[in-house]
Design a protein around this ligand. Sequence first.
Ligand SMILES: [Mg+2]
Length: 231
Amino acid sequence: MRAFFDFEFTGLHQLTTPISLGIVMENGEEFYAEFTDYDRAQITLWVEDNVLSGLFLEDTEQERAMNYYKEDRGEISSLLTCWLRKFGGTIEFWGDCLSYDWVLFNSLFGDALSIPKNVSYIPFDICTLFEIRGIDSDCNREEFARLKMGENDRKHNALWDAKVIKKCYERLTAPSFAYEEGNKVIIVKQLTAFSGLKCTIKRVHFNGGSLYYELNEVPHLWPHEYLMIDE
Ligand SMILES: [Mg+2]
């Protein structure tokens, strides 16, 4: 089972503290936390305008029933461990440019050796998937995901960001998907060889209105149409 997650936190440095955590499981189930014990001394104007303004919990019974919690780190850690227990098998965590997020996740349980037993210690990053698919890994995630926003959704809200990460993952691993680059729509077809990662797309090119896939390496037995053309 895959879990798509995102933290909002007080700063891009080693002593950062979590403000919120959003997790959306592969099957759509959600966990959302707003921390009450983040380091207020670290709050900048940017964090106030872009992150704190997007927090929405009121700490009601109704919210708790939805697995939305406003608590301190210790309590969130227990609630999250308990929530994760109901999923069978090993849970793979997927984030977006997740270096700080993954350290914060581990720290929530003390250290990397203390994370819940059913969580894989190996984190995965959709940035790598973008690169493998030949798409700029710095592209606008919301534009790529094309998700409709709900009432509490806004950029830099951890739950919304986790939903966007999930959608990006789904599109990037679909048999085919389209995305916009400038005024062009690029349609990418996934090649069978992807399954073994023997052949990956290096770049996608346009030439005379056609789309070409430049592959990192062409397997020996690859058929003639290794340069695929699409409209
Ligand atoms: Mg975020």
